[in-house]
Write a protein of this length. Structure first.
Lengths: 114, 382
């Protein structure tokens, strides 16, 4: 069986200050389009044209993705049917019910005992 | 699905090892802006070379393929790259390709499993419309980076599977929330049912709970994550190539180490488009998609009927049921082959698909090894 070494990228590869690529710009535009469809309190109000570096773009992408998650979770929570509350007089009526009587012994049981 | 590298750039050098692989002879050239021939050279670097990002929008790709003429001759790559920086020396770098030893993961998988000689991007254009073909089997008439709107006539492959039978499972795994997805419309409509993270993918492999169909997206940006620095692994210029190698290897290993999963999984590694980088094979004609992009949308003064493919990209099929060293020749594949294969495998006959997808080749017939292979490679991370 062949074992193949996978080299580590050089430690200076990371560059969060790299200018935003056209791909990331497009991703941000699409995310902005998506966040405009979210309820207002989930929108970031970030002006994406001010984002110049990959690190800043990453931060915006994270924020909107999180907001989409949160809005989705909230929508599901709102859509879940709430348990029906009984009306007040029904609760009061239940409280006023007399205690259950003890069951009478059946005729067959009485016979066996006698 | 990785980002923006051509077949010749990544795998072209393998022709020297196996003549069946339709790579480079070393004699291929493109004219520079002065008309002097610029040869292909084995000088590609992991990072720092293709800056600015080579243009791969519709008009630029048109120049790369046709060089201003009527025949597809793949002679316009250097000119196209020159247009961006107006630097003759720099424009020659678009012809550079990697030595096989530089890409131990990709070249090992290509030579140990099945490599496709003719897998083309679906459109001679950029990322989003090409990725759409992998999800929907069409880009709904788009040739650029437009957002794909909802209520289109064809369902994504994920929705098809789940709607047909709720027992089916299908997911897109993006790297993490800071990288997110390029499938924003789906994200908005189907979060979180259809989406997971790369960590969740690894966990699913570990527990043998991988969905019936998974689409894995790389990390699209350099950022700080919970576990420290996260390097972009998409291989999009100018991101580090080795980070992408490591990402591909980690996916392979995650499947490989679970015996049951390894026996029952096929892994396709493919690139969305060529990223403006040289390839020598002219893209062929194909079945029109039924959509038409206007002259205004294409930016070249003529409309596009989706009747020819984009530039060739690396594609490798991995499975212990693929014979070692298979080269898939003479059959043309494109990204619509992905939903076509998944749909055929899980749903059989399915009519509500684009003409392109219906005509696309499928690839599970390549799992032809009569015996389960126990000689498959393993990766050892430095």
């Amino acid at each position: 069986m062949k074992i193949v070494k996978v080299p580590k990228p050089s430690s200076d590869s990371m560059n969060q200050k790299r200018a935003v690529s056209s791909l990331l710009k497009t991703q941000m535009l699409h995310l902005q389009e998506a966040e405009f469809r979210l309820p207002a309190d989930y929108q970031t109000n970030i002006y994406i044209n001010s984002i110049k570096t990959e690190g800043e773009a990453a931060e915006y992408i994270r924020l909107v993705t999180e907001r989409i998650h949160e809005a989705h979770t909230a929508r599901i929570r709102r859509a879940r049917p709430k348990p029906k509350r009984e009306r007040t007089f029904a609760i009061a009526a239940a409280a006023a019910k007399p205690p259950k009587k003890k069951a009478k012994k059946s005729a067959a049981k009485k016979k066996r005992q006698s | 699905m990785m980002e923006n590298r051509s077949f010749d750039h990544m795998l072209g050098a393998l022709k020297a090892q196996n003549a069946d692989i339709d790579g480079l002879t070393g004699t291929e050239t493109n004219p520079d802006i002065t008309g002097a021939p610029v040869p292909v050279q084995e000088l590609a670097e992991f990072q720092g070379q293709l800056d600015p990002d080579p243009d791969h929008h519709f008009p630029a790709v048109n120049l790369q393929i046709f060089n201003g003429g009527a025949a597809a001759n793949m002679q316009g790559f250097v000119k196209s790259y020159f247009n961006q920086r107006r630097d003759v020396e720099h424009s020659k770098k678009i012809m550079y390709y990697f030595k096989p030893d530089d890409l131990p993961v990709l070249t090992t998988l290509a030579t140990e499993f099945a490599v496709f000689n003719r897998w083309f991007s679906s459109i001679p254009g950029p990322t989003i419309c090409n990725r759409a073909f992998a999800h929907y089997g069409t880009s709904f008439g788009k040739v650029a980076m437009d957002l794909l709107y909802v209520n289109e006539p064809f369902k994504s492959v994920y929705n098809r599977l789940i709607d047909a039978n709720p027992k089916h499972t299908a997911k897109l795994f993006y790297y993490d929330q800071t990288s997110s997805t390029m499938e924003i419309v789906n994200l908005l409509q189907h979060q979180p049912e259809l989406f997971g993270t790369y960590k969740e993918f690894l966990d699913a492999c570990d527990k043998g709970k991988l969905p019936d169909y998974s689409f894995i997206e790389p990390n699209y940006n350099d950022h700080d994550g919970d576990d420290g620095e996260e390097l972009a692994s998409d291989q999009h210029p100018d991101h580090n190539i080795q980070a992408g190698e490591s990402f591909i290897a980690s996916i392979y290993q995650a499947i490989r180490k679970n015996d049951a999963l390894w026996k029952s999984t096929a892994l396709l590694i493919v690139y969305d488009e060529h990223g403006g980088i040289y390839d020598h094979v002219p893209p062929p004609a194909c079945v029109p998609d039924g959509f038409v992009a206007s002259a205004n949308d294409t930016g070249i003064g003529t409309e596009f009927k989706f009747d020819r493919l984009g530039v060739r990209v690396p594609a490798i099929l991995v499975s212990p049921w693929v014979p070692r060293g298979m080269v898939v020749k003479d059959r043309v594949f494109e990204h619509a082959s992905i939903p076509a294969t998944v749909t055929e495998h899980f749903l059989g006959t399915y009519d509500q698909r684009s003409p392109r997808e219906k005509a696309a080749e499928t690839f599970l017939d390549l799992l032809t090894s009569p015996v389960f292979r126990d000689d498959c490679p393993v990766f050892d991370f430095e």
